[in-house]
Design a binder for this molecule. Structure first.
Ligand code: ADP
Length: 297
């Protein structure tokens, strides 16, 4: 099972080039699509999910031609969109059962078993009788996963699932997702670096509609080894450091800015070498298009 996206482009009628010649090979397992807001992630996810058209290019899931065989793809697709507004005053168990009927699982015993298994898998079994309208954000997202898994999909698309979740809920959601990766192509679109760090064996960063980096997260981080330095400075010095160094991130620590820079040689001047993190890779890509990282697979 493999998803192959080749040379995919989309320009909206307002002239925004949301996707520009995107090419990606996405194998089984968890794939992280990381990029800032407006990068084109949702456009790509919706196109793969057959919900909108591309201008150019192709997408194949094994031998299914996604852009031309929409019904075939939909039969093996699970999709959790960025926003889904279905929180009625009925219980998770009843609604999931109802969705299962809609998906054509007509035999009652089989349906009950499946609903039970999915509620257990998504850690909602204990709250299955509660109305969805009273669910927390994290519980709703896990319900979204349960409904997306009803047809035992070969391709699962999850668009920005952890936005707005608190750290505890985010962790619960990670645990549910991490169980799924083995026999399915799972694409997780996110602007949260930790989502990818925790879960994904392959990833791509997209920015302004283009793939700027793709590969295995650990190998990608390895590329920055020995090149990321840190220093805590005064606020008034920030501008000067920005001019003299390749600053990839600026964070406040106890009210004082701590900067990370990329440098091939030891910059001295009080900087200390640190272990590169995926976040450094991400910031380097997003804020410094001129770093020399490229495809690492
Ligand atoms: P992301 O999911 O990474 O935040 P999107 O795919 O939603 O990015 O958006 C990519 C770009 O396309 C953005 O500049 C956004 O404003 C624009 N865009 C998205 N949807 C539409 C649309 N229906 N019509 C016009 N422009 C759009």
């Amino acid at each position: 099972m493999k998803l192959i996206i080749d040379n995919l482009s989309k320009t909206y009628s307002n002239g925004i080039k949301a996707l520009q010649n995107i090419s990606l090979e996405i194998p089984q397992g968890m794939f992280g699509l990381l990029g800032p807001n407006g990068a084109g992630k949702s456009t790509l996810m919706r196109t793969i999910a057959t919900l909108q058209e591309a201008d150019q290019g192709s997408i194949f899931l094994d031998d299914i031609d996604v852009l031309n065989q929409k019904n075939e793809l939909r039969q093996v697709l699970g999709y959790l969109p960025q926003q889904f507004g279905l929180y009625p005053k009925i219980s998770a168990e009843v609604l999931l059962n109802h969705f299962a009927v809609l998906k054509g699982i007509s035999e009652k015993g089989e349906r009950n078993d499946l609903v039970k298994a999915l509620l257990q898998k998504t850690n909602l079994y204990d709250v299955r009788k509660q109305n969805l309208s009273g669910y927390s954000g994290g519980m709703k997202q896990r319900f979204g996963i349960a409904q997306a898994l009803l047809n035992n999909p070969k391709l699962l698309i999850v668009d920005e699932p952890t936005a707005g979740l608190d750290p505890v809920e985010r962790n619960r959601f990670y645990n549910v997702l991490s169980e799924l990766g083995e026999r399915t192509v799972v694409i997780l679109s996110t602007h949260i670096v930790d989502d990818v760090k925790e879960l994904c064996t392959n990833m791509a960063i997209i920015n302004q509609g283009q793939v700027s980096l793709k590969g295995n997260p650990l190998k990608i981080i390895e590329e920055l080894k020995g090149k990321v330095y840190k220093k805590t400075i005064e606020k008034s010095e920030l501008e000067s450091y920005r001019q003299h160094y390749q600053v990839i991130s600026e964070k406040l620590f106890l009210g004082q800015p701590t900067i990370h820079i990329i440098s091939d040689v030891n910059p001295g001047n009080g900087f200390s070498l640190i272990n590169a993190e995926l976040e450094d890779v991400y910031f380097a890509q997003i804020f410094n298009q001129n770093t020399n990282l490229k495809t690492i697979s």
